[in-house]
Design a protein around this ligand. Structure first.
Ligand code: CP
Ligand code: NVA
Length: 302
């Protein structure tokens, strides 16, 4: 029996597979893939959400429908998971009904547990540790606007959070330089750093956001308070020196882009003038969640 094709984290893939998945998404987006609307006919995706979502939830469901399949929403509180049924048992049962499972959860161990016990593909829709689907959309978006991302300077300004971790994985696999401007108190996960060092990823870390933004091809930020973070006041104090504003964008290259996975807090991590300004491609980025995930779904289920 062929191995189940999970989509758990970018660093578990080689660069070619990720590129193939992106290309599949682009082929479907361009209308060049024949019978794309029947690609997943008769297939069902279960979507487990233990945290809120707008983009991930809607783009996965719409993606399944547009490829001819269906999606079932399982809110965290609606299933027996919330009453203590194990992730392993849930995986075994869902595998008898559906063709793939997407999960958004706090604990990355739940994702790996689900994948270990499911007989169908499992897709990471965000954990506290990573957000790989977001990065597939981000790479797609950058390249649609500016061509290959390999060799470009990408700057992450803010919290060393789940999205930042996936940026590090993406830097390794798509070959861009990642400059992280982070407060010392909110670093990237040590496991991610060790992986990046071992893989020889081209990255740098500074507490000086101006230095990071200088000469950037792409500037990215994210909320200062992620879902589940309890220390909002402390985070605001630590992260306010990392705000992306027009002065900082002016340090980047003239044709630099701005991205944000959303949801955004205008005039906190990014000023209104930047997020709504000419360098911002956030709406294309949000749209590409749909197209990149069609590639992921089609790859997982092929
Ligand atoms: N960017 C992102 O994952 O958005 P949602 O939380 O709305 O799904
Ligand atoms: N870092 C954010 C990303 C939201 C898509 C969070 O985890 O809340």
């Amino acid at each position: 029996m062929a191995a189940v094709k999970h989509f758990l984290d970018l660093h578990s893939f080689d660069a070619k597979t990720l590129r193939d998945i992106l290309n599949l998404g682009l082929e479907i987006k361009s209308g060049k893939k024949s019978n794309a609307n029947k690609l997943l006919a008769g297939k069902t995706l279960a979507m487990i959400f233990e945290k809120p979502s707008t983009r991930t939830r809607v783009s996965f469901e719409v993606g399944m429908i547009q490829l001819g399949g269906n999606a079932i929403m399982m809110g965290g509180k609606d299933s027996q998971l919330d009453r203590g049924e194990t992730v392993a048992d849930t995986a075994r049962v869902l595998s008898r009904y559906v063709d793939a499972i997407m999960i958004r959860t706090d604990d990355p161990a739940k994702l790996t547990d689900l994948a270990e016990h499911a007989e169908v593909p499992v897709i990471n829709g965000l954990t506290d540790s990573s957000h790989p689907c977001q990065l597939m959309a981000d790479v797609m978006t950058y390249e649609e606007h500016r061509g290959p991302i390999a060799g470009k300077k990408v700057v992450w300004c803010g919290d060393g959070n789940n999205v930042a971790a996936s940026f590090m994985h993406a830097a390794g696999r798509f070959g861009f330089h990642l400059s992280l401007a982070l407060p010392a108190e909110l670093p990237l996960d040590d496991e991610v750093l060790q992986w990046a060092k071992a893989e020889g990823v081209d990255f740098s870390i500074t507490q000086d956001a101006d230095e990071a933004c200088s000469g950037a091809d792409l500037v990215v930020t994210d909320t200062w308070v992620s879902m589940g973070d309890k220390d909002a006041d402390k985070r605001h104090k630590l992260l306010s020196p990392f705000q992306v504003d027009e002065r900082r964008m002016a340090l980047a290259k003239k044709d630099a882009l701005f991205m944000h996975c959303l949801p955004a807090h205008r005039d906190e991590e990014v000023t209104t003038n930047v997020i709504d300004g000419p360098q911002s491609v956030i709406w294309d980025e949000a749209e590409n969640r749909l197209h990149a995930q069609k590639g992921i779904l089609a790859w997982c289920l092929s």
